[in-house]
Write a protein that binds this ligand. Structure first.
Ligand SMILES: [Zn+2]
Ligand SMILES: [Zn+2]
Length: 327
């Protein structure tokens, strides 16, 4: 197999030839058709997340076909198309697993972070955490649904029944969730990095009723806002934009420090919450909703060995929608 490998955080990925991996009990091997590049991969590579397994193959938006099945797997057959998300394993016995909060498991494994992921021709997955995808749609278009879509979905659910919904950061997650929010009958307010007319035009095309820079005030107070960009200064900006009792959801795994802000921004029962990871139920729910809502992802595909260039483009905001690697 071929893989793009991170050997030390902060250094570029290296293309390696490795022996083909063999699935253990309960595992499947997947021939990767496409793997999306998520901002979390950037945090992994840049050393912004703790306790990484190194060397590691990043990538957790994997679409591929099962090409080998380990012992004790009855749920998948060779040739099945599956999606492998960020959540790669949970312990099943900690209090969070037992109380239907497996996203907060005490002993989890995460794809492309603490177990090898999809920036590769092949990967091994725990069969219980590989979603059946069926045969509709192409691998590249589906890949961004596996994290941007899925964790975006969890953040949208957490935003409650907000009618006027702000989206801060209109990238991979933002552009998927805007389509679902619109389909649900909500009004989407898109906030982009100041002056990014390309992203603003993109948001308008996807049905946003209002677009502006991230420090602009919306024309009316929002019911809720979701922050996808990893910039702490967006927290007070979003709290300022929501109404009394409104909610701000931080959807990223990493964010720069939040600047101090007057208590008045939180007062009047505004809420500030974060989203961590996903549950398998989120995945099943979202993969059902996305086709109903007619979600169309905007993707640009690159060959696997260009992973470093793609990460640089993502870092500097040069990707419209989502980037996807094809091994
Ligand atoms: Zn657990
Ligand atoms: Zn991700």
């Amino acid at each position: 197999m071929r893989a793009m490998v991170l050997t030390a955080q902060g250094s570029p990925l290296r293309l390696e030839e490795r022996p083909d991996p063999q699935p253990g009990g309960g595992e499947i091997r997947v021939a990767v058709g496409a793997c999306g590049v998520c901002r979390t991969d950037l945090h992994v590579v840049d050393g912004e997340l703790p306790d990484i397994k190194c060397p590691i193959v990043p990538g957790h938006e994997i679409v591929g076909r099962v090409d080998l099945i380990g012992p004790n797997v009855t749920t998948h057959r060779i040739g099945d198309r599956v999606g492998i998300p960020w959540l790669g394993y949970t312990c099943g016995i900690c209090r969070f697993c037992r109380e239907r909060m497996e996203n907060l498991c005490d002993r989890p494994l995460f794809t492309g972070y603490t177990r090898d992921g999809g920036f590769a021709s092949h990967t091994i997955a725990d069969a219980r955490y590989a979603f059946p995808l069926g045969d509709d749609g192409d691998d590249v278009s589906i890949a961004p649904l596996l994290c941007a879509g899925l964790i975006g979905w969890r953040s949208l659910v957490m935003a409650g029944n907000a009618e006027r919904l702000g989206i801060y950061g209109f990238g991979a997650a933002g552009h998927i969730i805007a389509q679902i929010a619109k389909w649900q009958g909500r009004s989407v307010y898109a906030f982009t990095r100041g002056g990014d007319v390309v992203a603003q035009e993109f948001a308008r095309r996807l049905g946003a009723v209002w677009v502006g820079a991230s420090d602009d005030a919306p024309d009316r107070p929002l019911d809720a806002a979701i922050i996808y960009a990893p910039a702490g200064e967006l927290v007070p900006a979003a709290l300022r934009a929501v109404r009394k009792g409104g909610r701000v959801v931080c959807a990223g795994i990493h964010m720069s420090d939040i600047p101090s802000f007057p208590y008045a921004l939180l007062w009047e029962e505004r809420q500030l919450v974060s989203v961590a990871n996903l549950t398998r139920q989120d995945g099943l729910d979202f993969l059902k909703v996305a086709p109903l809502a007619g979600v169309k992802t905007q993707t640009t595909a690159f060959p696997l060995d260009q992973a470093n260039e793609v990460l640089s483009k993502l870092r500097t905001g040069q990707i419209l929608g989502a980037a996807v690697l094809r091994p």
